[in-house]
Design a protein around this ligand. Sequence first.
Ligand SMILES: NC(=O)c1ccc[n+]([C@@H]2O[C@H](COP(=O)([O-])OP(=O)(O)OC[C@H]3O[C@@H](n4cnc5c(N)ncnc54)[C@H](O)[C@@H]3O)[C@@H](O)[C@H]2O)c1
Length: 389
Amino acid sequence: MAEVRVAVLGASGWMGKVHTMAYQTFPHFFGTAGGTARVVALVEANPAAAAELAARAPGAKIHKHWQAVIDDPDIDLIDICLPDSFHHEVAKAALEAGKHVYCEKPLADTAAEARELADLARAKGVITRVGHAFPRNPVHDLAKEIITSGEIGEITLFKGCQHIDMYGDPLAPFMWRADGARAPTGIVGDTGSHVFSFMEFLVGRVSSLVANNIIATPRRPVVEGQGYGGAAALTGKEEWAEVTNPDATQLLCTFENGASGVVDFSRIAMGRKFMQTYEIYGTKGSLAYTYDEVNRIRFYSHADRSGRRGFREIDVGPEHPTYAAFLPLPNFALGYNESKIIEVAEVIRSIVGGTPMWPTFETGHHITQIVDACMASSRQRAWVDIPLV
Ligand SMILES: NC(=O)c1ccc[n+]([C@@H]2O[C@H](COP(=O)([O-])OP(=O)(O)OC[C@H]3O[C@@H](n4cnc5c(N)ncnc54)[C@H](O)[C@@H]3O)[C@@H](O)[C@H]2O)c1
């Protein structure tokens, strides 16, 4: 058994907490044969939040600046849970220092930056991973198994969406997610990248698209200490900041394998707390999924006899090893945090076994290419081809 020594960057944020928890938790479910992890360093810029870090990862060094962990010889894995605009710079520094790197999505702000990271990782021979955890819920392994077995035939159409309403209220305070300087691609890299990860995992690479990005609320009040979707009582004395990245996107695309796609996502869909769906239509059947029934796939087979055709509901259960790792009975449900525990277990297994696992920085590059194409297409009001390199 090998122990991987980890530094978590952005440790007090949402992802920083989830990742730290996952390193500490995964051996309960996946055992120790694939390796274990020890969080040896936490990096957090916010001094108020940093105060309680020591209790969350006993013995870990606490740093304010990410540069402090990059060259530390006692760290094997740099885990980047910082806002998007840090990803490229920090991942590059970590790769150059020969570290394994696990980076939250989106991998980088541009495809060129993501390509640079993927090439550097290959040259350094290290393990990389992007935090596209949603497809790691075993229900999507089941969907992939059905697709790969040919049971739905050739895929003709993918329909997908992801909507939240954190910015549905025009008075919800400004934060880095709405700032084009700190999150240049806005909802496209933030939420679109999740839908794109399903597309890449289940259908294949996107080869062209046309997209429409919109900013629904051009200015938001600045309220200190407010997070995403916070409801602040405004005093009327607030400063207002320009929203400089997209709130919502609608897109049409074609895949390398000839399938088509219809996709939309937003942070302004009032009432949609978390809507994530896909439907995949093929020549012999189809699949449908919604996050509201997070462990269920609906499968339609045209091979069923006439008069008995219809969608059957299949709940992923303990016959699937990744589900069985958590629960002995079906229908108890694996949710978001379990997807992250699965992801972290795979990161550690890849490092200890020396075997990359999906989604690596190569995948991160493909997804960032789609993000880039959305930004370019919307700007140019035209279809954009994606080079399949
Ligand atoms: N995979 C997913 O499902 C998922 C979900 C949410 C967020 N994310 C991604 O994770 C990343 C972080 O998002 P979040 O929601 O956790 O954000 P967050 O704002 O909750 O956390 C970011 C943390 O980084 C800290 N920080 C900011 N600048 C820093 C610096 N220079 N040095 C050290 N610490 C610094 C902040 O103080 C904060 O604690 C983003 O890239 C986001 O896109 C992924």
